[in-house]
Design a protein around this ligand. Structure first.
Ligand code: NAD
Length: 353
């Protein structure tokens, strides 16, 4: 197992966390403990929101999907994620969402870690959903409906079990194979898992509804009549212009909570609303500047799109596991001539080596 060397002279070697390494970290730490840990980092970073550089992510759209860059910095560390979203990928045998990301020192610009982020995105999205729900879901919620049982599904279920005490998940997907896969994967988790035949059936009796479907269109996964007073909706699948999951009438009566309004107004469910429709920022709720849930009858909506600080938090968490777990490889990513100005000489000397 490699050892991380944080000595400045050794920083030309960049720790790289491959998919295999990430899976080892998850299984060494334990998946629920890791979701809890990432959630703590995410919440801590939301609570120091003003310290971050913030910009809506930079998308490159095509008819098949989108490729996005998500940068941020807290003044000490800089981070970015490369992520795609291609709803048609699944039918072609590819992942809908894949990602990798990087953390760098701000003082000299040197990367300090490069990491896979496909698995990490699922963990951080689940952790973010659960952190938001701590402030927004009905107290003592025990049942969650999960509509869309693809790659994100089990991570969401475990996060809500670990952080909110959810005991039952009610699953629905238009593809029964996706639901069967999720039932299998959740078997030994202690959750009571119920397969449903429709979204309507899934949401019945659930205090929390998570929608995590993938379709490159404005879909209507939930209609207004399906959402009862007091339910919390965790809508994570609508995260791109022209890609939403909820009927507009739900938005018009829900109290809406968002990560970074400038990005959510472009990508989230609220792209269906007027640009000045009131929304509350999550960081304000977490710091006590704004209220989260205030009554048992309130319909709350977390209009999740995924924001750069969440990836930054997740990368920080992984970086902090490297020394203890040793699950990384050193990558020769940065040219490091003995004389910083003699880049050419370094190339020349490599001929002789
Ligand atoms: P996936 O393709 O693995 O799974 C999506 C599932 O949705 C599939 O099983 C599909 O059959 C199902 N589905 C599609 N239309 C449906 C419908 N009308 N009713 C019920 N089920 C339906 O995708 P994934 O990786 O699980 O991601 C799910 C969504 O979450 C994607 O849209 C993705 O872009 C989004 N996402 C958001 C965040 C965030 O931070 N908000 C992070 C990651 C992924």
């Amino acid at each position: 197992m490699s050892k991380i060397n944080l000595n400045p002279s050794a920083l030309a070697m960049v720790p790289f966390v491959s998919v295999a390494d990430m899976m080892k970290i998850v299984n060494t730490v334990g998946i629920k403990k890791m979701i809890r840990g990432i959630a703590e980092y995410i919440e801590a970073d939301f609570k120091r929101w003003p310290e971050f550089d913030k910009t809506p992510r930079v998308p490159s759209h095509s008819k098949e999907g989108v490729i996005e860059l998500m940068p941020t910095s807290d003044g000490e560390l800089y981070g970015f994620k490369y992520v795609n979203g291609h709803p048609a990928n699944m039918a072609r045998g590819f992942q809908t969402v894949t990602a990798f990301g990087l953390l760098a020192r701000v003082d000299n610009g040197y990367p300090v870690m490069l990491s896979e982020m496909t698995v990490l995105t699922a963990l951080r999205t689940a952790a973010t959903s659960a952190v938001a729900a701590k402030y927004l879901a009905p107290k003592n919620a025990k049942t969650m409906a999960m509509i869309g049982n693809g790659a994100q599904c089990e991570f969401q279920a475990l996060a809500f079990q670990e952080l909110l005490g959810i005991e039952t998940v009610r699953l629905y997907d238009i593809d029964p194979d996706a639901t069967s896969k999720a039932v299998r994967n959740l078997e030994a988790t202690g959750l009571n898992v119920v397969s449903c035949n429709s979204s309507q059936e899934a949401v019945t009796g659930a205090e929390i509804i998570t929608t995590c479907t993938a379709d490159k269109q404005c879909a209507t996964i939930l209609t207004d009549n399906m959402v009862g007073a007091g339910q919390h909706i965790n809508a994570i699948g609508g995260d791109c212009p022209g890609k939403t999951e909820l009927h507009k009438d739900i938005l018009l009566r829900a109290d809406i909570f968002v990560e970074f309004p400038e990005q959510t107004r472009i990508e989230g469910e609220i792209q269906q609303l007027d640009a000045d429709h009131p929304v509350t920022e999550l960081w304000e709720v977490m710091t006590g500047r704004a209220k989260g849930r205030t009554s048992d009858t309130q319909t709350t909506l977390f209009d999740s799109v995924g924001f750069a600080t969440e990836d930054f938090s997740a990368l920080r968490y992984v970086r902090d596991q490297l020394e203890a777990t040793g699950h990384f490889k050193n990558l020769d990513l940065l040219a490091d001539p003995d004389d910083p100005r003699d880049l050419f000489g370094m190339v020349n000397r490599a001929k002789e080596a």
